[in-house]
Design a protein around this ligand. Sequence first.
Ligand code: BGP
Length: 476
Amino acid sequence: MNKELNIFPEDFLWGGAVAANQLEGAWRTGGKGVSTADVATAGALGRAREYTPGVVAGRYYPSHEAIDFYRRYKGDIALLAEMGFKCFRLSIAWTRIFPDGDEAGPNEEGLRFYDEVFDECLKYGIEPVVTLSHYEMPYSLVEKYGSWRDRRLIGFYENYCRAVFTRYRNKVKYWLTFNEINAIALHPFVAAGLRFEEGENRERTVYQAAHHQFLAAAKAVKLGHEIDPDFRIGCMVLYPLSYPATCDPADVQANAERLNKNHFFSDVQVRGCYPDFMKRYFERNGIALRTSPEDDNILREGKADYLGFSYYMSLVTAAGPAEGGETAAGNMLGGMKNPYLKSSAWGWQIDPAGLRLSLNNLYDRYGVPLFVAENGLGAVDAPEKDGAINDDYRIDYLRAHIKEMKKAIALDGVRVLGYTPWGCLDLVSVSTGEMKKRYGFVYVDKRDDGTGTLERTRKKSFFWYKNVIRSNGEVL
Ligand code: BGP
């Protein structure tokens, strides 16, 4: 490759990403409360996940044990260190710190757990990048308050942020407020614990809850900077790059509108105000949000320092119904099939060049540093007779995406802080609850029915990624 393309900044944060609810397990240990993820059943074998009203005896809930990171974190972090990780994106389980969400003070045992996890990272020079709420919140807040539709949630989130910002100020610098905040419009329970009443205007409730999350995130940014001006507090969105189905202006318009409805979430958090197109959308659709006079100020004073996003795939959008009716699956998205792209076994359309486009779109729009907080291939890994896992398909996927990210940095001048491929240790899938859908560099012996030794094995991609990091992205 052309020498000039080898320009990852010296301090580029190579690493990997996980979320507490998908790997920690120990769901009732150390004073932890029940979270929204703890009531999600396994939806393997083509069934959708169900979100039961509380934990129902006799049902299988994959997060309850997950991959038992809670007890095995030392060995796991040692493996990440062996790959040379510069950073590790992980989340704090809100329910370890405030088990019910509305207590007056934090749970010391929960705080101590993350002290140990962060110390372990720092021992190897791994910078923790911490998501404050990653598809997990106290279930009790759902039951008592109806979750984020209630403005009081802002105060509970603020208390939680204050507790962890204060406690970890000497250990953590990079924070993310809500994982994939725009997923609230696609999966309201997973992203925000929302359940709907009969006849309720769902769209209105979703945007009301999103408004509260925006305020909570903005308050977290302000508070964090007061506690430590060196904190870098970002927001995080699922980036659903989408192409118009044809050059018919009607398709181009439909695609632009689809993109904008997602940009809305980063617009508010990065620019600190609601975009006009969304105000008009609310007016046209009779959506009147309950707001307070101080809201505009709160949003303005709490703009995110950087923008984290997940990128797995791209979509296609048409003004009318898909011609031929061929559709594609996606992380909560779906859409039309793109004939130029191949798909993963779960139907997600693989589009490395789309990562460069996404980086450019976001950088042009906002001009703030970006963080590729998730990317990766969910695939079935079949260990060989000798136990080796030759996941060349995963290496191919990641290599192609890193090459495109490199072009965005070197050729287009996009500022990217780091790259954390998803599920660096195999973990529970969020959309299906499966273990069979694996992303990791490290294989975890656990099956969809909950059996397995939980033993960890380095995959071929482990050694490949180690070289990528060692060469700062030169050897791909
Ligand atoms: C993102 C979530 C992650 C993660 C990933 C892969 O949307 O932030 O939590 O799980 O997608 O999705 P899945 O687990 O469904 O394959």
